[in-house]
Design a protein around this ligand. Structure first.
Ligand SMILES: N[C@@H](CCC[C@H](N)C(=O)O)C(=O)O
Length: 284
C-alpha cells in the first residue's frame, strides 16, 4: 500500500487536499485518479479536489490544481491564497511577497502575518482575458462577450465571458437565493460552445461596491467559493457598468467574503482568508 502526507486547507469553504511536492512523490499518471479518490467524502478525505505545491524553475513555488472529477484546472484563486499561506508558514519562502507559478502564468502573492501565522493573503491575479479565443468560446476569436444573448435548453439568458487564466460565464440574477446554480450550472458547463467547459457564476448586484455570488465550478459542481470566479464577477460587473474600475468590491460568497479590485493598470487584486483544517497521511 502506498501513502502520502497531506494538509487539508480551505479558502472560504472551497477546500482542497494540499500535497507538498518538495517532499512527496506522486506519479504523474495517477494524479487525476488520486484527486477523485481524496475528494470523495465517503471513501476519501472529502474536498473539492487536489492541489500540488511544487518546485518551479521560474518562481519559489508552482501550484497545480485538480478538480474533484480528476480534470486539471489552470488556475484557482482560493488555492493560490492557501498555497501562499502554506509556503510561508513552512519556510519554503521567507519573504512576505513572492511569485507563484500556475499553468496560466505567474501571479504575485502577499501574505499578511500575525504572530508568525498568515491570516489573510492578497494575490495580484494579473489581467483578465476577454476575447472569445482566450475564454475559449466558439465564434469570432477577437470579439468580447459582454451581456451577450445566449439560449440554453430553449431559454434566453445574457452572459459575460471572462478568463482569469481559467474560463468563466457570468450571469446576473435578481435574487441570489433563486439563482439556478444546480440546473443551469451543469448545462452551461458542458455546452459545446465552450470547448474546454466553463465555470458558471451567478451574481446579484447589491450596490456599486457589493455583489452576492454563487458558483457551479467546472469539474467540481457547487462549491462554497471560487476565487477566480469572484474576480471574473467583478470584471464582468465593471464591463456591464454595475461596479467601478479601480475601487474595491466586496463579493459575498456562500463561504464568506472576498475583496476584489480591477485596477486601472488592468491587474485584478483579490484579498481574503486562507485556513488550515488538518494534516494527515492518506493510504491508497
Ligand atoms: N475553486 C477555484 C477554481 C478551481 C478550478 C476550476 N474549477 C476550473 O476548472 O477552472 C478558485 O477558487 O478559483
Amino acid at each position: 500500500m502506498r501513502s502520502f502526507s497531506f494538509t487539508k486547507m480551505h479558502g472560504l469553504g472551497n477546500s482542497y487536499i494540499y500535497v507538498n511536492m518538495f517532499t512527496e512523490r506522486l506519479a504523474e499518471e495517477e494524479l487525476s485518479y488520486i484527486a477523485k479518490r481524496v475528494a470523495n467524502v465517503h471513501t476519501g478525505i472529502g474536498s473539492d479536489g487536489l492541489i500540488l505545491i511544487c518546485p518551479s524553475d521560474v518562481a519559489p513555488v508552482k501550484m497545480r490544481i485538480f478538480n474533484s472529477d480528476g480534470s486539471e484546472g489552470k488556475n484557482c484563486g482560493n488555492g493560490l491564497r492557501c498555497v501562499a499561506k502554506y509556503v510561508y508558514e513552512h519556510g519554503i519562502v521567507q519573504e512576505e511577497q513572492f511569485l507563484i507559478e500556475t499553468l496560466s502564468g505567474l501571479v504575485q502573492a502577499r501574505v499578511f502575518v500575525e504572530d508568525g501565522k498568515v491570516n489573510s493573503v492578497e494575490i495580484n491575479m494579473g489581467k483578465p482575458r476577454l476575447s472569445r479565443g482566450e475564454i475559449p468560446m466558439v465564434g469570432e476569436e477577437n470579439d468580447v462577450v459582454i451581456n451577450e444573448r445566449i439560449d440554453f435548453a430553449g431559454h434566453t439568458y445574457y452572459m459575460t465571458g471572462v478568463s482569469m487564466g481559467n474560463p468563466h460565464a457570468v450571469f446576473y440574477v435578481d435574487r441570489i437565493e433563486e439563482a439556478p446554480v444546480t440546473t443551469l450550472g451543469p448545462t452551461v458547463e458542458k455546452d459545446e460552445r465552450f470547448p474546454e467547459g466553463i465555470n458558471v457564476e451567478f451574481v446579484e448586484v447589491v450596490n456599486e461596491r457589493e455583489l452576492h455570488f454563487r458558483v457551479w465550478e467546472r469539474g467540481s459542481g457547487v462549491t462554497e467559493a471560487c476565487g477566480t470566479g469572484a474576480c471574473a464577477a467583478v470584471v464582468a460587473s465593471v464591463l456591464n457598468g454595475k461596479t467601478k474600475r479601480n475601487e474595491e468590491t466586496v463579493v459575498h460568497l456562500a463561504g464568506g467574503d472576498l475583496y476584489i479590485t480591477w485596477k486601472e493598470n488592468g491587474d485584478v487584486l483579490m484579498r481574503g482568508a486562507a485556513e488550515t483544517i488538518c494534516t494527515g497521511v492518506y493510504y491508497y
